[in-house]
Design a protein. Sequence first.
Length: 135
Amino acid sequence: MIGVVVCAHGPLAAAMVDSVQMIVGEFPALAAVGIHAGDAMEAILERLREAIAHVDQGSGVLVLCDMFGGTPSNLSLSFLSDDIEVITGVSLPMLLKLYTHRDQPLSEVAQSVAEYARQNTLVAGQLLRSKGKAP
């Protein structure tokens, strides 16, 4: 089973983990790392290192970050390897997809989850209007 670490600015990572667990219940091998103003770089790297080790079940780890180019993704990229992949733009649909698809190879899961997240980013009014269902 692929482990998952959510790494984001402020309390976002913990809130996303809480939210997905509210929907699905227990979500094994899932951890949150929040990065706050004033956190030392080495302290953040150590928290990431510990979280990755904690969720690693032997099938790889996905680190999901809030945005590309921010501190969470920049530091997470230092762990990038054959067994650790980083995806940016973390979302609740992404986490829900991961809940049921973590038994496939890491590279396949990473591609599938990223594509699923793109497909679930919609302008709702536009979609409803195209189907003749807008209020």
